[in-house]
Design a protein around this ligand. Structure first.
Ligand code: KIV
Ligand code: ZN
Length: 504
């Protein structure tokens, strides 16, 4: 296959490796929402999940395969017949299906985890690729932990899997151990040692344990890799994966010297980042490159002065390039349903009548409390609607009473299958009282691991964005809620975590 060496393909695994982050558990609807946005962003391959792991994962992959047409839809599988069969079934309706199969390749993992020999690994990999190939033409093979594997064995493994029909060879730095210099050299040496690699797409998958995942992926690109795997906001196992928005913007910003290009519509980056953050519950660190709140904020006097005189003094990327526009006042109290629908359409949202009605009610309610409503507020409302779409319990009412000499007391009314449940509790503070009242109403016990509150936009009347992590039945689960009232946002986040635990 002829590959344009300057075109860099972006493979997004937010819905698979990203979802492996502790506490993240996305519904099919949430995954579809993210996949649709990834398609708008111009992602080339979406790894939609690992179908053998649960019926929910299978359902999400098959739904995305059916509905998201432009990108390649990939499903992950171990080198096991049942995994391959399930992955093939999940992607069978995709316009461009891919099966991604992997096996451990370092002696440490082969010996201690897999408990097999190198010969057995070779045989399993060959069988898996051949089986995958009997279902789809596009088969990706990953020798897991490649950066710590024996070089000659790695070459052999790659060679036999290409021989068996693999069209993409992905080289993972699974534990984030390699340095950019080593990883770049590994890719160059593999390409030299295995002539068949020039016939396939060479891909890399880097983890961020030492903070080098983006640098390692870039080093790989400069040494012949043409596909980079990663996630939005860099979420993923442990310290996460290469942040794809960083790779896209490095290639965009330094195109003159790198001479590479991608299919990414960079103006969609900020929106994609907010959506992933909102639905996963993982807030983005303030100083995160490209998508952090402070990525384009100039605070020192010298920097501000420079930027006012000429942006190029301290700004290497125009924020508009990643879709950050000045917070626009878009709609107000007097805007009607029609204007609201039109505006949503201009933002790329197509809602059913029912969804529109609910979102409009939320918008009107917000307009009563907040003077200026921006696109970011509207996105937050819509994400909240998606997040709560399949909730078992909904919060209908909350009332909290507190003061310097008063014991904080909260009453909540929840609804479950049409039935109202009202409970009251006291607590150490208003948030504690509200969460305890919810605990009573649902009967679900959760141990609080973390609590975070941020504001979505500027100003004292901004919506509060609360993330709560609970441990329920021994498993971490994240909940998120937004409201101009942070006690209500906290109650929603707490209930969202409970709903997620109940539906997973
Ligand atoms: O980190 C890793 O090696 C993986 C493989 C499944 C590609 O996620
Ligand atoms: Zn990984």
């Amino acid at each position: 296959m002829a590959v344009d060496k300057n075109r860099i393909y972006l493979f997004d695994t937010t819905l698979r490796d990203g979802e492996q982050s502790p506490g993240i558990s996305l519904s099919t609807r949430e995954k579809l929402e993210i996949a649709d946005q990834l398609a708008k962003l111009g992602i080339d391959v979406i790894e939609a999940g690992f179908p053998i792991t649960s019926p929910g994962d299978f359902e999400a992959v098959s739904t995305i395969a059916k509905k998201v047409r432009e990108p390649i839809i990939a499903a992950l599988a171990r080198v096991v017949d049942a995994d391959i069969d399930r992955a093939a079934e999940a992607v069978k309706k995709a316009e461009r299906p891919r099966i991604h199969t992997f096996v451990m390749s370092s002696d440490t993992q082969i010996k201690y985890q897999l408990r097999k020999t190198r010969e057995e690994v070779l045989e399993m990999a060959v069988n898996a690729v051949k089986r995958a190939k009997s279902y789809v033409n596009d088969v990706e093979f990953s020798p897991m932990d490649a950066s710590r594997a024996d070089f000659d064995f790695l070459c052999k493994l790659i060679d036999v899997t290409i021989e068996s029909g693999a069209t993409v060879i992905n080289v993972p730095d699974t534990v984030g151990y390699a340095t950019p210099d080593e990883f770049g050299r590994l890719i160059a040496e593999l390409i030299k040692a295995v002539p068949a690699m020039s016939e396939v797409i060479v891909s890399v998958h880097c983890h961020n344990d030492l903070g080098m995942s983006t640098a390692n992926a870039l080093a790989a690109i400069m040494n012949g890799a043409v596909q980079v795997e990663g996630t939005i906001n860099g979420i993923g196992e442990r310290a996460g994966n290469t942040a794809l928005e960083e790779i896209a913007m490095i290639i965009d910003t330094r195109r003159q010297s790198l001479g590479k290009y991608t299919n990414i519509k960079t103006e969609e980056i900020a929106k994609t980042s907010r959506l992933v953050s909102s639905l996963t519950g993982y807030q983005v660190q303030f100083n995160k490159a490209i998508v952090g709140k402070n990525a384009f904020a100039h605070s020192s006097g010298i920097h501000q002065d420079g930027v006012l005189k000429d942006r190029s003094t301290f700004e290497i990327i125009n924020p508009k390039r990643v879709g950050i526009n000045e917070s626009l006042l878009v709609l107000g109290k007097t805007s009607g349903r029609h204007a609201f629908r039109k505006h949503l359409e201009s933002l790329g949202y197509q809602l059913s009548d029912d969804e529109l009605e609910k979102a409009f009610e939320r918008f009107k309610d917000l307009a009563d409390k907040k003077a200026e409503i921006t696109d970011i507020d509207i996105e937050a409302i819509l994400a909240d609607e998606v997040r709560t779409a399949s909730d078992v319990y909904t919060l209908e009412y909350i009332s909290v009473c507190s003061g310097t000499d008063t014991t904080p007391t909260a009453t909540v009314r929840l609804r479950k299958n049409g039935e109202a449940i009202e409970k009251t509790s006291i607590g150490d503070g208003q948030v504690d009282a509200a969460c305890k009242a919810i605990k009573r109403a649902t009967g679900v016990k959760g141990e609080l691991i973390s609590y975070n509150v941020n504001s979505i936009t500027e100003g004292l009347d901004a919506q509060g964005d609360v993330t709560i992590q609970l441990k329920i039945n021994g498993k971490p689960v994240l909940g998120r809620g937004v409201s101009t009232d942070i006690i209500e946002a906290s109650a929603k986040a707490y209930l969202n975590a409970i709903n997620k635990a109940l539906s997973s």
